[in-house]
Design a protein around this ligand. Structure first.
Ligand SMILES: [Zn+2]
Length: 288
C-alpha cells in the first residue's frame, strides 16, 4: 500500500488520511511556520508523518494535539523538537491514561493476531504536550496567516481543541465530529456535546467556514456538521428528560434514546457517561 499524501483542500491547508481508523491529520502552512494537527498513534507512524510534512514544507513546525486519545497523540515523539500545544486537561489526561490506553491497544492487537504492530506501541515513547492552553481562543501565528485553537466546552472529552483557519474557511474538528461512524462516547460528556458544537459553530472564527475536517472519515460540509450537532443536542435533551423522569440506569436511558439514528453501543456508552458524570458532579457539589 502506498503512503498517503497530503491533499490540499484549500490554499496552504491540507489533510492526510490514514488507513488506521480513517484518521485525518491536518497541515496549515504559513509564510514562516506550519501547523500540524495531531501526530498519529505510534512513534513510527509519527516519523512517517513528519517525513510527509517535510515533503510539503521545510518550515518550522508547530503541533497541536486535538485531544489525549492515543490515535491523535502517541506520535508526539517524532515532533519533540516542535512546540506541541494541547489543552491543559489533555496533558493531564494523557499523563494519567497513556499506559492504560497503550495496554488496551496492545491487548487488542495481540488478540487480533497483529503482534508486530503491537510491538510498535510498546516501542512508542509517549511525549506530553507542553504548550498548554486554557483559553477559549489561542492564536497560532504562522507568519502571513493565523490559525486559532478553540475550546468550546466539554464534548468528546473534557479537553477537545478545534483548529479554525478562517482565511480559507476550514475547521479541523478533531473527534467532535465523526464521519462514517457514530461519535465516540466513551470519554464524552453527552449532556454537553451538542451545546459545545453550537457554541463553536457560532464562533466568529468558525461561522462562514465551508470545509470541516473530522478526526476520522471524509471532509464534510456545514450541513453534515449541523446534522450531527442536531443529533447530539437531541440526545442530550432525551437524556435530560429521562433523568428528570427518574430513569437512573443504563438500560433505561438506552431505551429512552433510541430513534436518533445512533447505534445501541453508542447509546450505552452515552448512558454510562451520563450517569458517571452526574454522580461525579453531584459529589463535587456535595464537597463544596
Ligand atoms: Zn478521540
Amino acid at each position: 500500500m502506498s503512503a498517503p499524501h497530503f491533499r490540499e483542500i484549500a490554499p496552504g491547508t491540507s489533510v492526510r488520511r490514514h488507513s488506521e481508523l480513517e484518521l485525518n491529520i491536518g497541515l496549515v502552512v504559513g509564510s514562516e511556520r506550519a501547523l500540524v494537527i495531531d501526530t498519529r498513534s505510534t512513534t513510527a507512524r509519527g516519523e512517517d508523518l513528519a517525513a510527509a510534512v517535510r515533503q510539503v514544507t521545510p518550515l518550522e513546525q508547530v503541533v497541536v494535539n486535538t485531544h489525549a486519545h492515543y490515535d491523535h497523540c502517541f506520535g508526539n515523539a517524532a515532533f519533540r523538537d516542535s512546540q506541541i500545544y494541547a489543552h491543559v486537561l489533555a496533558a493531564e489526561s494523557l499523563q494519567r491514561t497513556a499506559e492504560h490506553q497503550r495496554s488496551q491497544v496492545v491487548e487488542h492487537l495481540r488478540r487480533t493476531d497483529r503482534p508486530e504492530l503491537a510491538q510498535t506501541y510498546l516501542d512508542t515513547e509517549v511525549v506530553l504536550p507542553f504548550y498548554l492552553v486554557e483559553d477559549t481562543v489561542t492564536p497560532i501565528d504562522l507568519g502571513d496567516r493565523t490559525a486559532y485553537l478553540l475550546f468550546g466546552g466539554r464534548a468528546h472529552t473534557d479537553h477537545d481543541l478545534v483548529v479554525a483557519v478562517p482565511d480559507v474557511g476550514v475547521v479541523f474538528f478533531g473527534d467532535l465530529i465523526e464521519q462514517g461512524a457514530d461519535p465516540a462516547m466513551d470519554d464524552s460528556f453527552p449532556l454537553e456535546w451538542g451545546a459545545t458544537l453550537t457554541t463553536l459553530l457560532e464562533h466568529p472564527h468558525v461561522s462562514g467556514a465551508t470545509s470541516f475536517v473530522p478526526g476520522h472519515g471524509e471532509v464534510v460540509d456545514l450541513a453534515f456538521v449541523q446534522a450531527q450537532q442536531g443529533v447530539l443536542s437531541a440526545l442530550a435533551a432525551e437524556l435530560e428528560g429521562a433523568l428528570a423522569a427518574g430513569v437512573s440506569d443504563v438500560d433505561g436511558l438506552v431505551a429512552k434514546t433510541r430513534g436518533l439514528g445512533l447505534q445501541d453501543a453508542t447509546l450505552r456508552d452515552a448512558a454510562v457517561r451520563t450517569l458517571e458524570t452526574r454522580a461525579r458532579d453531584a459529589g463535587v457539589d456535595a464537597a463544596r
